[in-house]
Ligand binder design. Structure first.
Ligand SMILES: C=CC1=C(C)c2cc3[nH]c(cc4nc(cc5[nH]c(cc1n2)c(C)c5CCC(=O)O)C(CCC(=O)O)=C4C)c(C)c3C=C
Ligand SMILES: [Fe+2]
Ligand SMILES: [Fe+2]
Length: 344
C-alpha cells in the first residue's frame, strides 16, 4: 500500500513583495470575477484602469511597511506552527503545509505544481479566512480546483470556534490590561468590508462576522460597549457599514476611547499595519480620543493554531468532504461551497 502524503493548502489573498509588484498585484485582484463581476474583455480594461489609478496610493502604503506586504512571511510562520501542532497529533501520514496566494506569489497554480512535485496523494484546503465569502474563500477554492485535480477535503469556514474565540478574547484583554485597563471600554471589531451588492446576492460573510463577534463577546466583561464595523472600502459602490472610520468619529463625539481588534484578518498586513495603526490612529488623535488601542491579529498564536489543527485533524478523516467547524450542512446560497450556510 502506498503511504498517504497530505498537502495542507493555506489560502490567503497575497500581497506585493516589492514596489514594482503593486500594480500587477492590484490588476490581478480587480481582474478576478469574484471581485468585479463583469464579463471579459470589460473586466480586463476596468482592472487596468483601477490598478493604474490606485497604484500611487497603494505604493505609498506598502512603502510604509518597507516596500511590500508582510503577508507571505506571516503565512509561513503560521504554516510552520501548524506543521508542528499536527506532528504532535498525527503519526501515520506524511504532511506538509503549502501557502497558496490568490493575487501574488506563490500563485495558487504554482503551489498546485509544487504540491504535485512533492508527491501528494491528497490535499486539505484550508482558507486563512475564518468567515466564508464568495470574494475570498470561494475565489481561492475555485482557483485551486482549476489548477489541481488531486482528491481534496475542504474546510470552508470557522467563524465561531471556541479556541478561535478564546484566542481573540485573550489578545483583546491583554492589550487592554497592558494599557491600564481603562473602565468600560468601547471595543470595535473591525472586519474587511464588502460591497452591499455582494451581501444581497447571499454571501454569508457579514452573518459569519457577526457570529465571530458574538462568540468573542461572550468571553469579555459584560459592561464593555461592543460594536462591529467594516474597513478598507474601495471604489464608488455602497459598502456594508458602519465603517470603522465612522465608528472612530462616533467615539470622538461620545468622548470615549476605543480598543480595536481585527476579526476577519488572521495576520498583520497593509490593512492592519497601515490602515488601523497609522491612518485611523491619526484620525483618533485628531479627534482627541482618550486612548486608541489595537489588539494584534492572531498570527501564529498557539490557540489559533490549535484551532486550525483541530479542523485539519477532522478533515484528514473525511476525504472529499466540505466541512465547517460545525458540521457538513451544505449551503445552497453559495453554490454548495460553504458548509456553514447562513444567507439571511
Ligand atoms: C476578509 C478578508 C477580505 C475580504 C472580504 C476582501 C474583499 C475585498 N478586497 C478588495 C480590495 C482590496 N483588498 C486589498 C488588500 C487586502 N484585502 C484583504 C482581505 C480581504 N479582502 C487582505 C488580507 C489584504 C492585504 C493584502 C496585503 O497586501 O497584504 C487591496 C490592496 C490594498 C489597497 O490597495 O488598499 C485591495 C484593492 C475588494 C474590492 C473586496 C471585495 C469586493
Ligand atoms: Fe481586500
Ligand atoms: Fe462554511
Amino acid at each position: 500500500m502506498t503511504s498517504r502524503r497530505v498537502a495542507i493548502i493555506l489560502f490567503n489573498l497575497g500581497g506585493p513583495d516589492k514596489q514594482e509588484s503593486v500594480r500587477p498585484f492590484l490588476f490581478n485582484l480587480f481582474n478576478d470575477k469574484a471581485i468585479i463581476g463583469l464579463p471579459q474583455p470589460f473586466r480586463f480594461f476596468i482592472a487596468q484602469l483601477i490598478s493604474r489609478s490606485r497604484e500611487k496610493l497603494a505604493k505609498a502604503n506598502y512603502a510604509l511597511m518597507g516596500g511590500g506586504s508582510p503577508i507571505l512571511p506571516e503565512t509561513f510562520k503560521q504554516a510552520d506552527a501548524l506543521e508542528q501542532a499536527i506532528a504532535k497529533r498525527v503519526s501515520n501520514v506524511t504532511f506538509k503545509c503549502f501557502p497558496a496566494m490568490r493575487y501574488w506569489k506563490p500563485f495558487t497554480k504554482d503551489t498546485a505544481k509544487a504540491v504535485e512535485k512533492w508527491g501528494a496523494t491528497d490535499v486539505i484546503l484550508l482558507p486563512l479566512y475564518p468567515q466564508f465569502s464568495s470574494t475570498t474563500t470561494a475565489s481561492s477554492l475555485n482557483a485551486w480546483r482549476t489548477a489541481s485535480k488531486l482528491p481534496a477535503s475542504t474546510i470552508c469556514c470557522y467563524p465561531a470556534g471556541a479556541k478561535f474565540a478564546q484566542a481573540h478574547a485573550d489578545a483583546i484583554l491583554k492589550t487592554w490590561r497592558e494599557n491600564g485597563s481603562p473602565p468600560s471600554p468601547r471595543l470595535l471589531f473591525s472586519a474587511h468590508g464588502l460591497p452591499q451588492s455582494v451581501i444581497a446576492r447571499g454571501d454569508p460573510y457579514q452573518w459569519q462576522v457577526e457570529q465571530s463577534v458574538a462568540a468573542v463577546r461572550k468571553l469579555l466583561p459584560p459592561d464593555w460597549d461592543i460594536r462591529t464595523c467594516y474597513q478598507s472600502r474601495v471604489g464608488p459602490m455602497k459598502w456594508i457599514g458602519p465603517s470603522t472610520e465612522e465608528e472612530i468619529h462616533q467615539a470622538g463625539k461620545d468622548g470615549v476611547g476605543v480598543v480595536l481588534t481585527p476579526i476577519a484578518f488572521v495576520s498583520e498586513h497593509v490593512e492592519t499595519l497601515v490602515e488601523l495603526d497609522l491612518e485611523y490612529a491619526q484620525v483618533a488623535r485628531g479627534l482627541g480620543l482618550p486612548y486608541y488601542l489595537r489588539a494584534p491579529a492572531l498570527g501564529a498564536d498557539p490557540r489559533f493554531i490549535d484551532a486550525l489543527a483541530d479542523l485539519v485533524e477532522r478533515a484528514l478523516g473525511a476525504p472529499g468532504k466540505v466541512q465547517s467547524e460545525s458540521g457538513e450542512r451544505i449551503c445552497p446560497a453559495v453554490n454548495g461551497l460553504c458548509a456553514q450556510g447562513g444567507a439571511r
